[in-house]
Design a protein around this ligand. Structure first.
Ligand code: GN1
Ligand code: MG
Length: 334
């Protein structure tokens, strides 16, 4: 099941419901899997407390519930192959979207991810392990890109040339948020860090249910979560669509998402955070473009790919989205 680029996820069907979701965590990518599991279990418990008014049955549909092993651990580790497994209750009667085709889903997605940030706004970030250090750190991603340029074969360099130039052109602007984070002007919060729309569960009537895939929960700024959700919600095509004419930035969905997001975040968002939401969208699209491009230059060592130029196609797609957003930026800022 599921469509992740990193972990393996299985739906376990049992005679009686509930079903379960079994996950093998990629310990090549995540160096501290026990820390990752502790992060996500404690954040789920925190959210659960915020929803204490719901019944136990309702709660199981609104927040992830992790299972314990017979040794009372939240994960099972097999020494012989190094694999880590964890299991949660499958949330039934839910749907996910790889792409958004209606405004209501954008609005409901905004409420859901806004709620996640709001409910975790009083979670002590110092208790969270940085599961992938510098995950959305622009200087780090840029230095990985520079290193890849040094070692990539000529043919890949040639094919990526146009996009390498785009990176250079945008480099400075794309560091603004990181600088504000480092200076402490924008504060660290508990963030999800992988808020693509397929990581949100909805009811069959398009109402937001639950945020899933909390593997990358760690300290971050709200712009990561806002921007990554916008990146996927406002793309009129899939992340790896190769017909770039189909890839446009949908500003209507941007407005709908932002409306929902702010309804749930208005009590905890600062004016400076608010001011930089449009830049967050641009920055997160850019960072994904940069990461896909870097992985292409590196010979596809990180993301799962289905064919040789998959990563380059993903990067092209994200750069097209970025261009379309840039053309509409003044409208969005207003
Ligand atoms: C990866 O594995 P998945 O699909 O949940 C990646 C995200 C990217 C996403 C792009 C740990 O997420 O950062 O946004 O692919 N996760 C990791 O689809 O690198
Ligand atoms: Mg993920």
């Amino acid at each position: 099941m599921a469509s992740g680029h990193i972990n393996d996820t299985y739906l376990i069907k049992t005679k009686e419901k509930p079903y379960f979701v079994l996950q093998r965590i990629n310990h090549g990518v995540f160096k501290n899997v026990p820390g990752l599991i502790t992060n996500k279990v404690s954040v789920s418990l925190h959210i659960r407390k915020k929803m204490a008014h719901l019944s136990e049955k309702e709660l199981k549909g609104r927040v992830l519930s992790f299972l314990l092993t017979t040794n009372d651990d939240s994960f099972y580790h097999k020494d012989s192959d190094g694999n880590y497994w964890n299991m949660m209750i499958y949330i039934d009667n839910s749907v996910t979207f790889e792409m958004v085709n209606n405004e209501e889903v954008a609005y409901e997605g905004g409420k859901l991810f806004g709620d996640f940030l709001n409910q975790t706004s009083d979670f002590d970030v110092s208790k969270l392990v940085e599961v992938i250090p510098k995950f959305h750190d622009m200087s780090f991603r840029y230095s990985q890109f520079k290193a890849a340029l040094q070692s990539t074969p000529k043919e890949r360099l040639y094919k990526a040339k146009l996009y390498i130039d785009c990176v250079t052109d945008l480099k400075e602007e794309m560091h603004i948020l990181q600088n504000l984070k480092e200076s402490g002007e924008i504060k660290l919060r508990t963030t999800h860090n992988d808020t693509k729309i397929s990581n949100a569960l909805f009811t069959k009537n398009n109402k937001g249910l639950c945020v899933i895939d909390t593997d990358t929960v760690m300290p971050g700024i709200i712009h990561y979560d806002f921007g990554d959700a916008i990146r996927t919600i406002c793309n009129t095509a899939a992340e790896d669509e190769i017909n770039l004419d189909l890839v446009e930035f949908n500003a209507t969905y941007y407005m709908a998402y932002t409306k929902g997001f702010l309804e749930h975040m208005k009590s905890s968002i600062t004016p400076l955070e608010l001011k930089h939401l449009p830049l967050a969208a641009k920055t997160m699209i850019f960072i994904m473009a940069l990461r896909f491009l870097t992985d292409y230059l590196n010979g596809d060592v990180y993301y799962k790919t289905k064919y040789p130029e998959h990563n380059l196609d993903r990067a092209k797609n994200q750069f097209k989205l970025l261009q379309s957003l840039s053309q509409q930026l003044s409208k969005i800022q207003n």
